[in-house]
Design a protein around this ligand. Structure first.
Ligand code: ADP
Ligand code: MG
Length: 327
């Protein structure tokens, strides 16, 4: 069945029937605006991401259900980076007319599954025809108690620098896909189906452990650069303690230059955060609850800039920066 057979409103109705309800959501899909209640003392967080076919994804590389999940995860990752919880998701779609309803159902199911996993509800969106590629615009709203908000701007010299999970897996998978090879399954999963570290971000915020935080979407060094700019500080990063998965390490053995992908690759969706040294034991203890966290360096006064050192403590030249759509 083609989308043309059921039309815009037929499609919206299919989504509406499956969208969950939530106590904070007074009105969801079906009116001119979604209407939500935000708890007193909470700040409203909102973030948008655009995913365009052949720029952010290729239809042949991932199934539609997984693409739906990824569209949500990359967006929710921004909430995680501020210590927030997820409330509402809005889904804007520009759809080529020949798209099958089965593909759209699979995509919508992926979106709804991911929403459920992160505790969000699909509260609205917009649906249009695209004359070319598939466009996916996802907006998420969340909230955080005012005292728990974590921004990019709170890092102080002496703070330790931590990152969750492992780095470079997604970028290595993408490199394999672009070369026409099939990446190992674990790497492919990290690229096609990343997990937003929402629970970790919440715990860091609730326990007051993070002074600054960002999610790693454009590459470790590029995103660290944003913390350094916003906080007006410098940093030392130890190249040889970066957390790497077994699959990434195996590839690195054959090709040492791949380390650049862990430094600059992007789409890791891990949390990069700073924390005072006296809280190191509390941060390290979080690893026991699920997602590992690794200390990869520390914050310095601003005049040091960003220094990368090797295992002997010698400075090494950082590879060229992270992802930029227009450079
Ligand atoms: P309007 O013309 O007032 O913008 P629409 O006809 O575009 O309303 O949408 C009708 C309802 O369906 C709205 O509540 C809107 O949020 C929702 N909606 C439209 N497209 C989507 C979508 N892709 N996902 C979720 N909700 C959608
Ligand atoms: Mg509309």
């Amino acid at each position: 069945m083609k989308l043309g057979d059921i039309g815009e409103f037929g499609f919206i109705e299919r989504i509406r029937k499956r969208a969950a309800a939530a106590s904070h959501l007074l009105l969801g899909i079906g009116d001119d605006c979604a209407v939500s209640r935000v708890a007193p003392g909470e700040l409203l967080l909102a973030s948008t991401d655009l995913l365009i076919e052949d720029i952010h994804f290729r239809r042949g590389w991932s199934d539609m259900h997984t693409l739906g999940r990824k569209s949500v995860s990359v967006n929710v990752s921004d909430l995680a980076a501020m210590g927030g919880r997820a409330l509402n998701l809005y889904l804007g779609l520009g759809i080529p007319a020949d798209t099958s309803v089965e593909d759209l159902d699979a995509f919508a199911n992926g979106v709804l599954d991911a929403c459920a996993a992160y505790g969000a509800v699909l509260a609205g969106g917009d649906t249009c025809r695209s004359p070319g590629p598939l466009f996916i615009s996802v907006t998420v709203e969340g909230s955080v108690p005012e005292a728990q908000l974590v921004t990019r701007a709170g890092a102080r010299p002496g703070d330790l620098l931590w990152v969750s999970g492992t780095l470079g897996d997604s970028a290595l998978a993408l490199r394999e896909l672009l070369a026409g090879r099939r990446p190992p399954a674990l790497l492919a999963a990290r690229h096609h189906d990343p997990c937003a570290r929402l629970d970790l971000g919440r715990v860091l915020a609730v326990q007051g452990l993070a002074t600054a935080m960002i999610d790693v979407s454009d590459g470790l060094l590029a995103d660290l650069g944003h913390i350094l700019d916003s906080s007006a500080v410098g940093a030392l990063v130890e190249r040889d303690v970066l957390p790497l998965s077994p699959a990434f390490r195996a590839a690195l053995q054959a090709e040492p230059a791949l380390l650049d992908l862990a430094l600059c690759g992007g789409e890791d969706y891990e949390l990069l955060f700073t924390s005072p040294p006296e809280k190191a034991a509390a941060v390290a203890a979080l690893a026991a609850q699920g997602v590992p966290v690794t200390q990869i360096g520390r914050i310095l006064p601003q005049d040091h800039g960003l220094c990368l050192i090797d295992v002997q403590g010698r400075p090494c030249a950082p590879p060229r920066g992270g992802f930029d759509h227009f450079l």
